[in-house]
Design a protein around this ligand. Structure first.
Ligand code: SF4
Length: 286
C-alpha cells in the first residue's frame, strides 16, 4: 500500500496535480486535497511557516481538468493505492488562499457532486475549506461560503494565528489589521460555524509568551460573547521544516502548556484540539 503516491504526498507531475491524496495524521484517514493553483502559489499572506513551494509550472486550473482528475481518483487511484483507507475529507486548500480563486464556487460544487456520486467511498467524508480568513472581509466570498455551508455542510477551517497585531504581522507578513480579521471572522461565524486554526511556533527562538496567550484568549472570549459559532479551536505546530529557519516547532509539552494557560482564561469555550509535530496530542476543553 505504501506506494510512492502515499509516501511522498505528491501533487503529481511537477507538483501540478489538482487532486492530491494525503494520509492525514489528524484524522487517521485520507484527506483528498484539491489544488486551485497548480501554476504557482497565490496568497495574500506570506506566512513565515508556509510550506508551499514558490515554484512556477505551466499547468493551469480548469474545471474540466478537475473533473477528470476527480474521476480518475475515484475510478482508479483510490482502488490502486488507497482502498483500505477511509476518505475522511475532501479538502480545498492547495498552493495558496482558495478564496482568491475565481473557480472556488464551481470547484466546491464539483467536489460535493463527486462526494454524492461516490457515496460508497466518500459519503461520510467532510467537505473542508482551509482559509487564511481574509475572504471573510469580502461580502461576495462570504456569501459564496455561506451558500456552500448551507447546501453542502462545508466545514471552514479559518486561520487566526495570533492575538496581537505584532504577532499576526510577524507570522503572516501581510498588511492586514488583526482587528479587521477578527471582525470578519466574527461577522461570518455569527451565522455559520467555523473551526479556528492557530499555528503555535517558536519565532526567532521565542515561544508564545503570557502576553500572546492573554491577547489570544481575549479575542476568543470576545468572539464567543458575540455568539460566534466556533465549533473548535485547533492548535498546531509546524510538522515539516519550514522554508524559513527562524520558525521552529513547539514540543508537545509546550503546546499542552499553551492550551492549559488558555483554558484558565476561558470558561465554557469550544473543544481545543492539539496537534504536535507527530500528530494529535489530545483533545482538551477550554
Ligand atoms: S495563508 Fe497558507 S498558503 Fe498563504 S502564505 Fe500562509 S500558509 Fe502559505
Amino acid at each position: 500500500m505504501f506506494s510512492e503516491e502515499i509516501v511522498n504526498h505528491k501533487r503529481g507531475k511537477d507538483g501540478a496535480s489538482l487532486v492530491y491524496p494525503v494520509f492525514s495524521r489528524r484524522s487517521g484517514g485520507l484527506s483528498l486535497g484539491i489544488n486551485l493553483f497548480p501554476d504557482r502559489k497565490r496568497c495574500n499572506f506570506d506566512c513565515l511557516y508556509c510550506e508551499v513551494a514558490k515554484t512556477v509550472s505551466c499547468a493551469t486550473f480548469d474545471l474540466r481538468h478537475l473533473d477528470c482528475a476527480l474521476e480518475d481518483f475515484f475510478e482508479r487511484r483510490y482502488h490502486e493505492y488507497w482502498a483500505a483507507v477511509p476518505i475522511m475529507d475532501i479538502c480545498i486548500s492547495g498552493d495558496g488562499e482558495p478564496t482568491l480563486s475565481p473557480h472556488l464556487e464551481k470547484a466546491l460544487e464539483l467536489c460535493a457532486d463527486y462526494r454524492r456520486r461516490y457515496a460508497r467511498m466518500a459519503g461520510s467524508s467532510e467537505l473542508v475549506l482551509i482559509t487564511n480568513s481574509t475572504g471573510f472581509l469580502d461580502q461576495h466570498v462570504s456569501a459564496l461560503l455561506t451558500r456552500s455551508v448551507e447546501a453542502e455542510g462545508l466545514k471552514i477551517w479559518a486561520k487566526l494565528d495570533s492575538g496581537t497585531q505584532e504577532g499576526f504581522s510577524a507570522l503572516s507578513r501581510s498588511d492586514y489589521r488583526l482587528e479587521d480579521m477578527v471582525d470578519g471572522i466574527g461577522r461570518f461565524a455569527l451565522k455559520q460555524p467555523i473551526i479556528l486554526q492557530t499555528m503555535l511556533c517558536r519565532l526567532n527562538g521565542r515561544a508564545p509568551g503570557e502576553k500572546e496567550v492573554a491577547a489570544y484568549a481575549a479575542i476568543l472570549r470576545a468572539l464567543l460573547s458575540r455568539k460566534a459559532k466556533i465549533e473548535a479551536v485547533q492548535l498546531y505546530t509546524v510538522a515539516r521544516p519550514p522554508a524559513d529557519p527562524v520558525v521552529q516547532a513547539l514540543s508537545d509539552v509546550e503546546i499542552l502548556e499553551y492550551a492549559a494557560r488558555l483554558s484558565t482564561r476561558i470558561e465554557d469555550g469550544p473543544p481545543v484540539l492539539l496537534f504536535g509535530r507527530d500528530g494529535a496530542i489530545r483533545a482538551a476543553r477550554t
